[in-house]
Design a protein around this ligand. Structure first.
Ligand code: ME8
Length: 639
């Protein structure tokens, strides 16, 4: 019999910048679901990729002085590297700059235009002339341009629109008759009430104000504006071409699951179904919108310096541990929170103490007491039955949770089995049993049960921590790893032999690691502040610089480079944190006049609020502060 197909996708990541741990969470989550479905015996097709067009990318490339294609090649490479480092098992990586994709997007656009689902109209919005950009009301900052801060004016631009209103009722009916279509329920309600039932606006699908996009084939002044381009990836990747449908498409479409973040649910639950209806194709079976990953309850942002990258985290803890944090910290449908404390804590508590210890103790005991041999026995005492009953229940729950996308709760079931098994060791006291002949007979049963519990754990862990799962299987020398093998307890065969015990996760010194990680994060803030894109004269004028005198300099405890400086601006005194310790002694600074940026947004470094920045020249080897001649009065403006 043919295997049941399972087509699963992630959102395609913007190639505007390197993806942070939040974006990476999505591919890890999707990978866990894909791997689980493979374990269930399904024929999985897993798609991911990159979203490479748009005004922002064009601008970033211009700022970097390279072509948009060179820019996206670089970032797409970086994204792919991170996805690979995270051990994700995608079958295809689509880029929206791939020829086949661009060709089909043009054909889709043309078909929808010819059948009257796309029409030419006028896009009206707030326009910033110097930036040549339109913004929606919600994008404006205090009613001004979010990029340069200048006044905007109402303007119109010729644009194509997708006639959404035409499909509104059909879509409402579809969502109502397919309760499983959008998850979670709470977000589905939002979509229904705030958008669909409130009356759908037609969607602007082309732009003339930038060129980095798929040209509209019959009117090359226009480029396709993001969503038709981006969303179509889910079918173009399978070989859908409008004129023809490939075998891969026929086999895999409709998608079984689109995994996306909550911010883009509207596009997937409204515009994507409308595009598909207009094309006469079936709708995906399910769209699941996950929550946001926050850092210390804050949105990650470069300027706050709290952006965490998966590759950096993997260097500290390893790929499997990063996968584990992401999957266990992110609850179903809600936002999750990551902090260095929680990461280290989970590493030590769950991975080193609970899981690692269980495997290590058990395999070591089998080697020590029975030369590595595992024996099947007939006996089963209450304590054994209790363990087996517990595991049976946890396995059942694990499957239920995975089938309903509650991945963090499924992960928890694995840890529950590990905790229960550690307790079983305490209950059965193998080291006492080993002392007598009679006890040793009993010990055979105890160790058999432990090795089997470990095997079950390893199978369940495969979707979450593939390398760890494999390493455990090697340590117990088992190859029984499909999902059906954990339905009944007792698959380890008589006289099988375990391998050598290995340490899976070595404990980490929490205080030391935390200090190290915080220090690296601070360095990133400083690095970010030092990066300079090209700016206009108006922007230069925004920087306020004045002459200040250093009153005192004090080393900050725990920070190798930082001084806390008190400075006098004539009219006020301020505190500034500055990385000058390696270059100047306190007495070389105190009393000196310096050039200082005075209107920099305050930043906290080592808990101290810094209100300004001293100007200095040089890099890490030699740094020279730009001292000002003593004759210049305090508070004098610098131009
Ligand atoms: O939205 N936590 O790309 P993207 C969890 N190109 N998920 C997050 C997140 C966070 N902190 N930040 C972002 C796009 N995401 C479009 C998609 S699909 C046809 C086009 C999620 O690079 C976000 O919700 O901004 C999205 O699902 C994915 O990461 C890529 O985001």
């Amino acid at each position: 019999m043919d295997k049941e197909k399972f087509y699963i996708t992630t959102a395609i990541a913007y190639t505007s910048k390197k993806p942070h741990i939040g974006n990476t969470y999505e591919i890890i989550l999707t990978d866990a679901i894909a791997r689980y479905n493979r374990l269930k015996g399904k024929d999985v097709y897993f798609l991911t990729g990159t979203d490479e067009h748009g005004q922002k990318i064009q601008e970033l490339a211009e700022n970097a002085g390279i072509t948009p294609k060179a820019y996206v090649d670089n970032i797409a490479g970086e994204i792919k590297n991170i996805w690979d480092l995270m051990d994700t098992t995608y079958d295809k990586f689509i880029r929206t700059t791939d020829d086949y994709h661009e060709n089909t997007v043009q054909k889709i656009f043309k078909k929808l235009y010819e059948q009257g689902d796309i029409y030419l109209g006028e896009y009206e919005g707030s326009y910033c002339t110097p930036c040549e950009s339109f913004f929606t009301e919600s994008q404006l900052v205090d009613g001004k341009c979010p990029d340069c801060g200048r006044e905007v004016k109402k303007a119109k631009e010729e644009a194509y629109f997708l006639k959404c209103s035409k499909y509104q009722d059909r879509l409402i009916e579809y969502i109502e008759s397919h309760p499983e279509f959008i998850e979670p329920e709470s977000r589905k309600k939002e979509i229904m009430n705030n958008f669909l039932k409130a009356g759908l606006q037609d969607l602007c699908v082309s732009r003339t104000s930038f060129t980095w996009g798929v040209p509209v084939s019959f009117n090359e002044k226009h480029v396709t504006y993001v969503w038709i381009d981006a969303l179509s990836n889910y079918i173009t990747a399978l070989g859908y071409t409008v004129d023809e449908k490939s075998e891969t498409y026929n086999k895999n479409w409709p998608a079984d699951l689109h995994v996306i973040g909550k911010d883009i649910l509207r596009f997937h639950a409204i515009y994507w179904p409308i595009i598909l209806m207009a094309l006469g194709e079936s709708l995906p079976k399910k769209i699941y919108a996950h929550g946001w990953m926050l850092f210390g309850n804050d949105k990650m942002s470069k300027s706050k310096g709290n952006v965490i990258y998966a590759d950096e985290l993997a260097k500290e803890f390893g790929t499997d541990a990063v996968r584990y944090f992401c999957l266990s910290e992110m609850p179903y449908s809600q936002d999750g929170n990551i902090t260095y404390e929680s990461v280290i804590n989970r590493y030590n508590t769950d991975l080193a103490n609970t899981l690692g210890n269980l495997v290590n103790r058990s395999v070591t005991m089998v080697n020590k007491y029975f030369d590595g041999n595992v024996y099947v026995t007939e006996e089963s005492e209450d304590v054994d039955n209790d363990l087996k009953g517990y595991i049976g229940e946890a396995v059942k729950l694990y499957k239920e949770k995975m089938d309903s996308l509650k991945v963090s709760e499924a992960v928890e079931q694995v840890m529950n089995i590990a905790r229960r098994s550690n307790k079983y060791i305490d209950e059965t006291t193998p080291w006492i049993l080993a002392k007598t002949e009679e006890g040793k007979e009993r010990l055979k049963t105890v160790l058999y049960n432990l090795v089997e519990a470990i095997r079950i754990i390893a199978v369940m862990l495969e979707p979450f921590m593939p390398t760890t799962s494999k390493s455990i299987m090697e340590q117990i020398n088992s190859s029984n790893s499909d999902l059906s093998s954990i339905e009944t307890f007792g698959k380890i065969e008589n006289n099988s032999k375990v391998g050598n015990a290995k340490v899976l996760f070595a404990r980490i010194d929490e205080k030391e690691k935390l200090e190290e990680l915080n220090k690296k994060m601070e360095e990133k803030v400083v690095e970010e502040a030092e990066k300079a894109p090209e700016i206009t004269i108006e922007e230069v004028e925004k920087v306020e610089m004045k002459v200040a005198q250093i009153l005192s300099a004090e080393k900050i405890e725990g920070a190798k480079k930082l001084y806390k400086l008190e400075v006098d601006l004539g009219t006020e005194k301020r505190t500034v944190v500055s990385g000058l310790v390696p270059y100047y002694k306190e007495e070389e600074l105190i009393g000196k006049k310096v050039a200082m940026i005075t209107n920099l947004k305050p930043a906290k470094l080592r808990g101290i609020e810094s209100n300004g920045m001293l100007l200095a020249a040089g890099d890490n080897d030699v740094v020279k502060v730009l001292f000002v001649d003593d004759s210049v009065p305090l508070g004098e403006g610098i131009h």
